[in-house]
Design a protein around this ligand. Structure first.
Ligand code: HEC
Length: 207
């Protein structure tokens, strides 16, 4: 529903920087907006793929404890790699959750609401899907995209209800305030958050 509302409001000739001294007017059609959403989707897919690969390699060579240490290094590295690779368009690519392991992944109010909606949908047997909103950053329009991350079997080793001793100890050392456990397969573990500039489009968006 939010998706439709955002789409409809963008079809209007929105004044996206009403408070700026020189307000700029943007016109973004539904099709162009879908291109923007697809960009975010492709970034979240790349983030998911790289994270999983790094995680699996790390567990293979260093066991679960080594996997935790590698996750700590890999997560920010992969985000930074993508942010640099798509620097003209991408602002940030990261993750969040209602129960976080890394305190830096704390959700804001909007993200928290979307995560709660994902959980509600999941509990009703529906399949939660991505959502988005348009916000302002530095007086410029930004697309913020959020997509649910389901818990798979592999994840339970470090986010499940029962953790082995080695994992428990490594987590206690590296993440003393860890909340990211107690999950079951199929639960929504968290979400990818992708922010990108809407006025830096490759899809024909005009000022
Ligand atoms: C080897 C242990 C390990 C495994 C297996 C693992 N994770 Fe994690 N996970 C971590 C660590 C460590 C962090 C914190 C990374 C950081 O510091 O940014 C984390 C963070 C996260 C976050 C970011 C939100 C937060 O809590 O800070 C999400 C989302 C997440 N993991 C999902 C998954 C999913 C989905 C899987 C399965 C595909 C998975 N993890 C498997 C160790 C693991």
């Amino acid at each position: 529903m939010i998706r439709q509302l955002v789409g409809a409001s963008l079809l209007l000739n929105l004044c996206l920087s009403a408070q700026a001294q020189n307000p700029q007017r943007f016109k973004l059609g539904e099709q162009e907006l879908q291109h923007e959403v697809q960009f975010s989707q492709s970034i979240s897919k790349q983030l998911a793929g790289s994270l999983k690969q790094r995680l699996m390699n790390a567990v293979k060579s260093g066991g679960l404890a080594g996997g935790i240490e590698q996750c700590k290094i890999a997560a920010p590295e992969i985000s930074q790699y993508l942010e640099e690779k798509y620097s003209s368009k991408l602002i940030s690519a990261g993750r969040t959750s209602l129960k976080i392991r890394n305190p830096q992944n704390l959700p804001d109010t909007w993200q928290k609401t979307q995560l709660q909606i994902f959980d509600q949908e999941q509990n009703k047997g529906l399949q939660p899907s991505y959502r988005y909103r348009v916000i302002q950053q530095e007086g410029r329009p930004v697309l913020e995209y959020i997509s649910p991350i389901p818990t798979q079997g592999l994840c339970l080793n470090c986010h499940g209800e029962v953790l082995n001793m080695e994992v428990t100890e490594t987590l206690r050392d590296l993440y003393p305030e860890d909340q990211a456990r107690g999950y079951k397969a199929g639960d929504i573990r968290g979400a990818f958050i992708i922010r990108s500039w809407l006025d830096k489009s490759t899809t024909g968006m005009k000022k």
